[in-house]
Design a protein around this ligand. Structure first.
Ligand code: ADP
Length: 451
């Protein structure tokens, strides 16, 4: 419905126009009344006009008031004259407010979207401790329903004694580290509360489970390295002390020097392995690749195994697949770790078989496999998943005796990862083990890889 008066004149002008109109409206009937009935006739005529105007205004006012109760720009009442002007002005004001409201709503929406996108949990808590709002991450961190749990008390929902004590103490300078267990495992949350406004609180939560795990691994690693170096250093220091203070025969001195050499060799191989590992872990780039000729590689590894075995084992080798695309030095280091382990963990008289072949599969992709099989002591099933952890050994004494650093398989794992390959281990205690490095067929150069 259109608004009849669409002007926006000033109030005095509207009043003047209205009074003029009234005078004109009342003037003619008054003159007519005076002509026919004198003064009383004129008064009657003016009264009639006034009543008519009052009735019309009352109807218009009622329509305006009804509309003002739920003003809508789509459903406008039929109004005339000054009432149409009043409605027009109200409608214009309404439009301005609606625009402002829309802009504020858009702003709020963008604000909420930004908070939702935050990788941290965000929760707004009001002065009575009830949850005003929380983003999806906070809901996930605390196991809440972002809609259903609104207006609930935060400490009642996040039922955790540490959290309860933290909120009660109101000392929010230090963040709270809180563990939360569930079907998903255990989360470690870093919680920070920032008071604002009139007793309101902004709660930020961050999942630091992975960071904590990495930090624990770093601490373990430093402790392990220190321990590994401390033992040979203590032995060497003891021998030096003995050589300085005791009267020793030439034979005794010689024996001590041999033992000292053994210990320093041990430290040297530990440092060499640590450097290799640091290089592999710290290098985000793909290794520079070349075509590694696997026939000669397998022969060299077999010769190495024989040298290490010194005739105590039977060593066999075969290379039935093509060459391998990869970083030669890294692959050599990984393969020789597997070969030396096979010799070191196989008692004299045992067998070590080194192989390089293509495995064709009826389903799925074919792959190329480097394998080292031994008839040695084997590994119990529960240890197998952990063998590639740094410094993880099934039998610490045996590893050390045979010159192990506990880092060999960690190096193997990293080298293989950098070549999109994986390590498969199958083993039986007392019967032997097979360590296989599986390379995607795409890394094979030459040789037949068809299914
Ligand atoms: P280490 O220097 O101790 O040999 P590795 O990382 O090479 O360290 O191997 C980790 C552990 O895995 C070894 O200590 C050993 O217990 C076990 N292991 C590795 N290879 C073999 C194998 N061929 N036979 C039996 N156990 C093995």
């Amino acid at each position: 419905m259109a608004i009849e008066v669409g002007t926006s004149g000033s109030v005095p002008r509207i009043v003047a126009v209205r009074l003029g109109a009234l005078l004109l409206l009342a003037g003619f009937p008054a003159a007519l009344g005076a002509w026919y009935g004198g003064v009383s006739g004129a008064a009657l005529a003016v009264l009639g006009v006034a009543l008519a105007v009052l009735l019309r205004d009352t109807v218009q006012l009622a329509r305006l008031l009804r509309w003002l109760r739920w003003p809508s720009r789509e459903r406008l009442p039929v109004l005339h004259g000054v009432w149409a002007e009043a409605m027009y002005r109200s409608a214009r004001q309404l439009r301005i407010w609606e625009g402002r409201l829309q802009r504020e709503e858009d702003k709020l929406q963008r604000f909420i979207e930004a908070l939702q996108a935050s990788p941290n949990g965000v929760m707004l808590i009001d002065s009575s401790g009830q949850i005003d709002w929380c983003n999806a991450t906070a809901a996930e961190h605390f196991g809440l329903d972002a809609q259903r749990d609104l207006r609930q008390h935060a400490v009642h929902l996040i039922r955790n004694p540490e959290f309860f004590a933290y909120m009660a103490a109101k000392r929010f300078v230090e963040p709270l580290l809180m563990r939360r267990s569930g079907s998903f495992g255990t989360l470690l949350l870093n919680i920070q509360v920032i008071p604002y406004g009139d007793g309101h609180k902004l709660l930020l939560s961050r999942d630091v489970t992975q960071a904590e795990r990495t930090e624990a691994m770093r601490r373990d690693f430093v402790a392990n390295v220190s321990h590994e170096i401390k033992t040979p250093l203590t032995v060497i220091a003891g021998f030096i002390e003995s050589m300085r203070t005791l009267e020793l025969s030439e034979a005794e001195r010689e024996r001590m020097l041999v033992l000292m050499q053994e210990q320093s060799d041990r430290m040297r191989s530990l440092v060499a392995d640590l450097l290799t590992l640091a290089h592999l872990e710290g290098d985000p780039h793909q290794p520079v690749e070349e075509v590694v000729r696997m026939g000669p590689m397998v022969e060299r590894l077999a010769a190495e195994a024989r040298a290490l075995s010194q005739g105590r084992h039977v060593v066999e080798a075969s290379a039935d697949a093509g060459d391998l695309r990869g970083a030669s030095a890294e692959l050599t280091s990984a393969f020789s770790n597997l070969v030396s382990n096979a010799v070191r963990y196989t008692p004299p008289g045992g067998r070590v078989v080194i192989g390089w072949r293509v495995v064709r599969r009826d389903e799925g992709e074919s792959y190329a496999e480097f394998s080292v099989q031994d008839s040695g002591i084997g590994v119990a099933a529960e240890h197998i998943p952990r063998l590639t952890e740094r410094f993880y050994r099934v039998d610490r004494g045996r590893s050390r005796e045979s010159g192990g650093t506990g880092l060999g398989l960690a190096i193997v794992k990293h080298v293989l990862m950098r070549h999109q390959a994986e390590l498969r281990v199958s083993s039986r205690v007392g019967q032997g083990s097979t360590f296989c490095a599986r390379f995607p067929a795409a890394r094979l150069v030459g040789g037949d890889v068809a299914n």
